[in-house]
Design a protein around this ligand. Sequence first.
Ligand code: GAP
Length: 515
Amino acid sequence: MAEPKENVLMEKIVSLCKRRGFIFQSSEIYGGINGFWDYGPLGAELRKNIRDCWWNDMVRSRDDVVGLESSIIMHPKVWEASGHVAGFTDPMVDCKVSKQRFRADQIFFSSVIVDGKTVGYVSALESDRLAEELQESAETFKRKKAIQGKLEPVQPREFTEARPEEIPLVPSPATGEPGSLTPPRAFNMMFQTYVGALRDESAIAYLRPETAQGMFADFKAVLDTGRVKIPFGIAQIGKSFRNEITPRNFIFRSREFEQMEMEFFISDEDDWQKWHRYWIDWCREWLLSVGLPASALSEYNHPKEKLAFYSKGTTDIMFHYPFGVQELWGIAARGDYDLSQHAKFSGTALGYFDEAAKRRYVPHVIEPAVGVDRILLAILCSAYHEDQMPDDKGKMETRVLLKLHPRVAPIKVAVLPLLKNKPNLVTKAQEVRDLLRKHMNVFYDDAGAIGRRYRRQDEAGTPFCVTVDFETFEGMKEGPLAGQTDTVTVRHRDDGRQERLPIASLLPWLLDRVR
Ligand code: GAP
């Protein structure tokens, strides 16, 4: 069966997430709060598996990366040194009529030019079809105003580039009418709070907008205690907070999210391009290892003129989400900017002494930074499938399944007694569950027809279902295990294939496949 069309696909994924307990709107019983999400029983497991895979591969399996958990609220000077207090802003635009708020860099506009003369303006929000949408709007504009002549192709520009005299002429994406958009103004995205009893300027602190600064602020502490040598990395997983102007696309851009970041410190004389490439490739391979298809991944190199002055280069690994190709993982070469800034603001030397060369220098850094939530969404989008399978009565029906990689699947195996009113089946199934659950997340289900139970696990992305049936006791009638008792059926999620295995070999068989 054909895969669902992209916009429909997103709706189906959101609905599945809610139905099966992956993701809920935060505080839903109070009407929800925009940009915040809760992860239900399956979502919590999926997130944990993503974090564990990353931590295991990035930290535990390497000799040159160590872990860190720094606090969410840090000394406010950290954010002055990092540049976030002054510059962590997005350009914000209000529509005075609809009261909607936009990011100016997500509104695009074009003049409508007929026979070489500007006759008006059209606008659209950023999308994969931006140029087509603007062109269609320009044609509609010309037709409605009954303007004769040759319409020129549109030239999309960001609203941030609008000249002052153009701003009142650009239609609001909310109303389609000009005159209601305000000029863009800088909006700092850090959430502020107060530390201690006083609520004055001196007590202001921030919820961290990235985990990275923890690694820079603790660089000396790790160096002094961690027995690490350049090149080495410090990695951290943790919550970050950004007061995004337009949280959107489900969990893609939220106000509270989780990052997995690693700062890899190299010598100032080392070849940063070599390390940059190394980490881009590492990140790409890692994404494949958790089940993302290579065909959905691409690379985007930030143009030199858009980079911060200290940045040597940034490459994003992009993922083809149903709502467009978007940033998944950024790999930035940040020079010695961060350590130098913290040294300057704190008055603490943050250099590294190279024993062999008898030389002190400030290390440079390569930073792969990714959001857990964005990976989780990419995984769900690529795992969602629909196909046709026979139900319990042999009638073909549409089946929804998540083809999750066993490494990240929330439930690794479901254990099912064929019937719940046969004590011997139930007891044996519970024994199998207890044998397996010490090693992996197991789900025990005895409710309903076996076919329905398989379907429930398909939707949860469970790669294997183990069924205890009468042949478990009576012995197999035929096949390679003929006559043998204590065997179970293992059903494969993706193709519904079934095979028979002795209970004695079930655990190693599963461990081989889910790790
Ligand atoms: N320390 C560098 C840094 O934070 P970033 O590109 O702003 O760089 C890194 O963020 C990653 O964090 C992004 O590639 C994305 O995966 C994730 N991320 C950023 N903002 C997010 C948001 N509002 N919601 C969800 N994930 C976000």
